[in-house]
Design a protein around this ligand. Sequence first.
Ligand code: PHE
Length: 463
Amino acid sequence: MQNSIKPPSRGQWGSSFGFIMAAGGSAVGLGNIWRFPYITGQNGGGAFVFVYVLCVLLIGLPLLLNEIALGRKSGRNPVGAIKETGGSGFWQTAGVLCVLVCFAVLSYYSVIAGWTIGYIFTELINIPVDFEDFVQTPLYVIPLCMLFILMTISVVLGGISGGIEKAAKFLMPVLFLIIILIAARSVTLPGAGAGIEYYLSPDFTKINGKVILSALGQAFFSLSVGWGLMITFGSYLPKTNNVIQSSGWIAGMDSMVALMGGLMIFPALFALLPGVSPDEGPALVFNVLPRVFDQIEPFGNIIGGMFFLLLLVAALTSSISMLEVPVAYFIDERKWSRKKAAWTIGIAAMFLSIPSSLAAVKGNFFNQLGFNFFGRQIAGFFDLMDFFFGTLAIVIICLMLSLYTGWVKNVKEYASELAMGAVSFDGFPKKAWVFFIKWICPIVITLVLLNMIGVFGEPGEGG
Ligand code: PHE
């Protein structure tokens, strides 16, 4: 079973650069620019950033390699990969969870992407928007979200390589440049110092269980690890590819953009909106950035419009990969056509996005919906989805996948898979990776999960 040949119909990446761009395009998205700053704000600033960087290096990167190894070795989608390598039904549920997570997150991710589309226009035409009013107007928000899902479907229908990959190769670097420009403006505003300090000097007393779970969850969200995405993309890799080098690029790019994202927001927040608290949640970026654009003379609004346009592209390169995972599953395992799979799943995501859109409207049912998870209060449909799918399920998937390769299978085979095409991985790095997958990753994730359900006391705080 294990060494069976890939079916010839499966494609392969043309070049390492193509793979890095596709996987990097998936990684860099709203998670870096919208989610990272607000999660940082909710978890105390610098201390969170510190824990986040550790999570990326010590847990995220080994697991990224783990997924790529599983994908390249099996040449399959997340469920197929575990089946193909001889995993039982229990382990296959990790693959099923991957498919579910991608579908569920796509639905609320598109809501934010829809806001982004709205902001392209309001910036360009230079109309001041009140964010609170905007998101509470379903008449704008729902159609914009649907439009975004339609764009996602149309790309997935046509295959990824032609249009979007070419476009992303050009547009992503432009996005990086604009981010640097905005961050430069932000840090030079009078009064920016307090924000820089909040963001970059860690107050270690703020680190608790909740901060660690959030940092770990954010690392997985942002790196696209724990979604089966890297299994799927890894399955299109030739054995000659140096996956160690590619992963370094992906993680490096992703972290740089996230760190720069924070550098755009916090200095500007403290300088321009001293009354607004950094922990205000998903609205953060949308409240702060338009104020920064107002401070860029001349053409601030054009730069603002361009920024949101490029953010839309970054979101699209992520959402297509999110849709691609369930689509690949239905094509491989259920023998659906690509057309049927993309439309069916896309339209289902449209329906599921509606309650997430409505969750922003104060006082309505989806806004009021609450849930108490072992003392952690989760409010609103949107947060519910982000907690259960965008955080908890991903962490569980990562735990299962590390136990699977680390203990159920012969982990050395997977280490050798990684070393294929990457000679420098042999020796110490290989041993270190095995140690991380067998011990560090499962232990840390288990502790975080146990802490979340209150095993170490005080679930509300620790969760
Ligand atoms: N990593 C993406 C982001 O940061 C989200 C994503 C996860 C996209 C998994 C695809 C698959 O926005």
